[in-house]
Ligand binder design. Structure first.
Ligand SMILES: Cc1cc2nc3c(=O)[nH]c(=O)nc-3n(C[C@H](O)[C@H](O)[C@H](O)COP(=O)(O)OP(=O)(O)OC[C@H]3O[C@@H](n4cnc5c(N)ncnc54)[C@H](O)[C@@H]3O)c2cc1C
Length: 366
């Protein structure tokens, strides 16, 4: 049986950030990942946006870790010469009815200490983005984009430089608490003993908590999968900012927005609907919804939209349910000392990943 000090489950942006940050202080760290490479799930199937933190209720982990995480992420990209762009975004109101919600969003962002928020009128909006229709917009200068693949590759490299091991094709099958920590069984027959476990298993993070013995129904920690699809277009070019509509009033997602990647290519999405299976296949069922949503703020015809990609959100918020925050906790109170859960790490999880790692480190040092 292999003995390790800290076992991190999952090599997405969260597991790799945790490995990078913890390996600066702790020894004998192993990351185990069921796929054959890092970031094969949610961390590579997202909008690649560095969020500012305007949306989330004040004092929530989502608000605090997004603002702190964005700072850390920009700094990390700059220091390590990783591709990113601080392009800024415009949240656009397209009719009078939306103006109160736009004002509220600005107030919320200011409460969360997001810097530089500015309301701009129709003319200023036109001068910044001539192709975009809006009667008013909230300009958010701290928003940006990054290359998630290169970012995760660098995290992996940094963790390995600090002697952490990343082991692929290692699927956790069972976790048992013992007198000295935890015994973990893998589907390939390997067995590890770990003093500390950090659960960063994304879409399966509730299953890891359940494996150790936490009653996820009773503790309200069941993950609900919520799919989001993207369409791309080559018709629209030269957009400089990310363009967002007002967020979905039910709080499930941010609205079908326009993002650019580092090459300036435009795509729209994601939409949001709950699913029961982990299936990344796509069809055009929701194309009309996309057209309707997108044409509120930009002119585009149906034949200029092509299916692109999709991702699945690991949400604690169930369908029709209330806002849920990130769940990041050391589980001594539940009888599982040195077992740290990160559950429900949906958006802005990519932005927040380095701040989440700092939070995990604080929990270990308590
Ligand atoms: C459509 C969409 C758009 C988004 N856009 C943004 C955005 O623009 N900006 C932003 O900040 N956030 C965004 N997010 C959220 C962000 O992508 C996630 O919060 C983040 O990627 C979560 O990372 P993770 O490491 O927790 O999960 P993952 O990347 O899913 O990593 C978890 C890993 O655990 C592994 N694993 C699972 N079970 C086991 C097991 N039994 N044994 C071993 N390994 C296991 C998985 O294989 C996986 O690699 C978006 C999400 C979606 C779905």
């Amino acid at each position: 049986m292999e003995k390790v000090n800290i076992l991190i489950i999952g090599a997405g942006s969260i597991g790799l950030s945790v490995a990078k940050v913890l390996s600066e202080e702790f020894e004998d760290i192993v990351v185990v990942e069921k796929e054959d490479s890092f970031g094969r799930h949610t961390s590579s199937r997202n909008s690649e946006v560095i969020h500012s933190g305007i949306y989330y209720p004040q004092n929530t982990l989502k608000a605090k870790l997004c603002v702190r995480g964005a700072e850390l992420l920009y700094e990390y990209c700059k220091t390590n010469d990783l591709p990113f762009r601080n392009c800024g975004k415009l949240v656009v109101a397209t009719d009078e009815d939306e103006l109160p919600a736009l004002d509220k969003l600005k107030e919320n962002g200011e409460r969360n200490e997001v810097k530089g928020l500015e309301m701009i009128d129709e003319n200023e909006c036109k001068s910044l983005e001539p192709q975009i229709k809006a009667i008013k917009a909230l300009k958010v200068p701290s928003t940006g984009i990054l290359d998630t693949y290169k970012f995760m590759q660098k995290l992996e490299c940094d963790a390995e430089k600090n002697d952490a091991f990343i082991c692929y094709e290692m699927e956790v099958n069972s976790i048992k608490k013992t007198e000295n920590g935890y015994v973990v069984n893998f589907s390939n027959g390997e067995v590890f003993q770990a003093n500390t476990i950090i659960n960063c298993a994304g879409l399966f993070s509730d299953k890891m908590a359940e494996m150790v013995g936490i009653d996820i129904e009773k503790e309200n920690l069941k993950i609900h999968w919520c799919k989001g699809e993207y369409y791309k277009t080559t018709k629209i070019k030269d957009v400089k900012h990310l363009i967002y509509p007002l967020p979905d009033p039910k709080g499930i997602f941010l609205g079908i927005h326009l993002t650019i990647n580092l090459n300036g290519e435009v795509r729209f999405g994601p939409n949001a609907y709950y699913v029961n299976e982990l299936n990344y296949s796509m069809d055009e069922t929701y194309k009309k919804d996309f057209l309707l949503a997108v044409n509120k703020y930009v002119q585009i015809d149906e034949d200029k939209l092509q299916l692109d990609d999709c991702g699945i959100r690991p949400k604690l918020q169930e369908e029709g349910g209330e806002f849920r925050d990130f769940y990041i906790k050391e589980e001594s109170e539940k009888g599982f000392p040195n077992f740290i859960n990160t559950i429900g790490i949906e958006s802005p999880g990519l932005t927040a990943c380095l701040a989440i790692a700092e939070e995990v480190k604080k929990l270990l040092n308590r």
